[in-house]
Design a protein around this ligand. Structure first.
Ligand SMILES: NC(=O)c1ccc[n+]([C@@H]2O[C@H](COP(=O)([O-])OP(=O)(O)OC[C@H]3O[C@@H](n4cnc5c(N)ncnc54)[C@H](O)[C@@H]3O)[C@@H](O)[C@H]2O)c1
Length: 345
């Protein structure tokens, strides 16, 4: 297939795109390249389009069989930083993409939504599934909810949106993020030898490994219509209490002779505490999401234990820090056009 991946240069996309290429698909990536040109650039079956999903270039959908939509602000802090830009990217642009798919005859669209739509559930006693009531809070979850509804409103014989409510992702990606709970713990354990557990770390969170998530996207892109068209699936490897995650990370470093202290901290202002079921995706498509936190932590520790500490704190690994730097640099960049090139006489 020819697959258009929006946001394909990001954390999830940088794992997904090479897997799609391995399976023989042709991939067109549309991305603002906030984190630079992805590592797979130059592959003969990949096309890169450096553009904003709010201003889709002419011809972007030509020859495309399916779309995987991942672009936009991808966490609460970036969405809260500019709620208006967030709404344009994470809500309105999705509706436009659906309309353009229909106009171009693209049937399948897989959307990278979020389990944060379940945030606000009264307690973590109930395992939430795709039919559980939603009460999304905040700019990010509200915009994702709008996108889901807009896509499903367009669903029909000629358009098959599939919603993937992704749990918080963990694990190694060529475009690494250290602002996701398990990855953050690995980084903090390496840098500070100390992990802070807000509210004692009792809160539950659904998680999924980035490799498994990419496999789920591919399974859904390739699945027959009768299994997935117009459906919503949670993508959850397992549910963990935050304290459990910290203990996994601490144990990995203790094995290397590096003790890590677990320190209780105050409850945060917004408490996220919910558990989600990934059963529908597993049973409908017969796929497994087998990677455990232990396995991913072992790989992350192995990869980053010899990296200088100051590099792990680089803003590029934290979406909000990096976006704020890009925003500060923008006027200067526009004035000079080529920051690192010498000026002509
Ligand atoms: N990582 C997670 O834990 C997680 C969990 C649930 C849902 N999601 C969703 O999955 C998607 C991908 O997440 P990620 O972790 O890879 O995030 P990411 O920030 O690493 O990737 C997003 C990509 O989109 C690009 N982008 C951002 N705004 C754009 C715009 N206006 N036009 C074109 N490109 C733009 C960025 O350059 C980046 O390459 C996001 O929609 C996110 O909300 C992520």
């Amino acid at each position: 297939m020819r697959i258009l991946v929006t946001g394909g240069a990001g954390y999830i996309g940088s794992v997904l795109v090479p897997k799609l290429l391995e399976r023989g698909h042709h991939v067109r990536v549309v991305d603002r390249m906030f984190w630079g040109i992805p590592h797979y650039a130059g592959h003969p079956n990949v096309e890169l389009v450096n553009a904003d999903i709010r201003r889709l270039p002419e011809g972007l959908f030509d020859g495309i069989d399916a779309v995987d939509h991942l672009a936009g602000f991808s966490n609460d802090p970036t969405a809260e930083f500019s709620p208006e830009a967030n709404w344009q990217m994470n809500a309105s642009a999705t509706d436009t993409i659906a309309r353009q798919c229909i106009a171009a005859g693209v049937r399948r669209l897989v959307f990278g939504s979020s389990c944060s739509l379940y945030d606000g559930a009264p307690d973590a006693d109930t395992l939430l599934d795709e039919s559980s009531p939603l009460n999304p809070r905040g700019a990010y979850a509200t915009s994702k909810h709008y996108s889901e509804q807009a896509l499903l409103a367009h669903a029909g014989r000629d358009f098959e949106p599939v919603i993937l409510r992704q749990a918080t992702v963990f694990g190694l990606s060529p475009r690494m993020r250290f602002d996701l709970v398990l990855n953050t713990f690995v980084k903090d354990a390496l840098v500070r030898q100390r992990l802070i557990l807000h509210g004692g770390g009792r809160m539950w969170r659904p998680l999924v490994a980035v490799q498994d998530l990419a496999d789920a996207h591919i399974a859904v892109l390739e699945a027959p219509s009768e299994l997935v068209a117009g459906e919503t699936f949670n993508v959850v490897g397992d549910n963990y209490q935050v304290r459990q995650l910290a203990e996994v990370v601490a144990a990995a470093l203790v094995r290397l002779g590096q003790p890590v202290a677990l320190v209780d901290g105050p409850l945060p202002n917004i408490v996220r505490n919910y558990r989600c079921s990934g059963e529908k995706l597993r049973s409908r498509l017969g796929i497994d999401l087998p990677t455990t936190a232990e396995q991913a932590v072992a790989e992350l520790v192995e990869t980053y234990r010899s990296v200088p500490i100051e590099q792990l704190g680089h803003p590029r690994y934290y979406n909000i820090a990096w976006m704020q730097l890009l925003e500060e640099a923008r006027p200067a960049y526009q004035a000079t056009h080529h920051i690192f090139e010498p000026l002509e006489d």
